[in-house]
Design a protein around this ligand. Structure first.
Ligand code: ADP
Ligand code: ADP
Length: 224
């Protein structure tokens, strides 16, 4: 009963073998951390699983249906409706208030602005953003902007959330708090989480950790 399963995934960039035949599957509601050294293939694996990048060989199935061989249009629609992304925090659009930023994925999916904003606002209090709805991203703290990005990733009620841990501007405590909130909020909503991280603390909050080395999955770890 895997929600998402990659099988024998291979990806090359010129002479570089970024993925050399990786199997990775995630169960409903499961949080999996992807660790490994820089350049080992973590982002490539994440992008292949998320339908952002097409593997050269192998396949990716979402709830049993192949998604890697879909055209860009269908994969794009699928990413919008079934997946949530928290790749780099600070991707909020600066000219839109926080609630409209969070509502954006719904509006792109055809929900009316009023309904999308109404649904978006329901996420603010639970994520500690009560009262921040009308603020522009520039008027939020770094941690608040991160939480808005989490809300935006979850607002469509995705099956799987993909996160590439931000290495950026935040102090360690705020970064930790945010990653913890991401893991908890994703679980609370019944979505699966696939998170690339260098932080053993973040991996510790997940059910399972896999390690990528030179495009190969080293340790599959114990399933929770
Ligand atoms: P990680 O996320 O673990 O740092 P990546 O998946 O980003 O690793 O990269 C794996 C390997 O593939 C690296 O050698 C990287 O330089 C190479 N690579 C990734 N993306 C590209 C690209 N678009 N063009 C060329 N090489 C790439
Ligand atoms: P990096 O870690 O290399 O700085 P990111 O992890 O931010 O880059 O993004 C990696 C790739 O994923 C980029 O090619 C970017 O265009 C794409 N990407 C980023 N965010 C999204 C998103 N929300 N939906 C689809 N693709 C995205």
């Amino acid at each position: 009963n895997d929600v998402l399963a990659g099988r024998a995934l291979t990806k090359r960039f010129g002479q570089t073998v970024a993925l050399a035949g990786v199997d990775m599957a995630v169960r409903p509601g499961e949080a999996v951390a992807i660790m490994g050294p820089s350049g080992s293939g973590k982002s490539t694996l994440l992008h292949c699983l998320a339908g952002i990048m097409r593997p050269d060989a192998g396949e990716v199935r979402l709830e049993g249906t192949r998604i890697d061989d879909m055209g860009e249009r269908r994969r794009s629609a699928l990413r919008r409706t079934r997946f949530g992304f928290v790749f780099q925090f600070g991707q909020l659009l600066p000219e839109l208030p926080a609630d409209e930023n969070v509502a954006l994925p719904l509006m792109l999916g055809g929900v009316t602005r009023a309904e999308a904003v109404r649904r978006a606002r329901e996420w603010f209090a639970p994520l500690g953003l009560g009262g921040m709805e009308a603020r522009r991203p520039g008027e939020l703290s770094g941690g608040q902007a991160q939480r808005a990005a989490i809300a935006r990733a979850l607002v469509t009620k995705p099956a799987v959330v993909f996160a590439d841990e931000p290495t950026g501007a935040l102090d360690q405590t705020t970064g930790h708090d945010t990653m913890r909130l991401l893991v908890e909020a994703t679980k609370h909503n019944g979505a699966s989480l696939i998170v690339v991280t260098h932080d053993p603390g973040v991996a510790g909050w997940c059910d399972r950790t896999v390690e990528v080395r030179d495009g190969v999955l080293l340790a599959a770890g114990a399933r929770a």
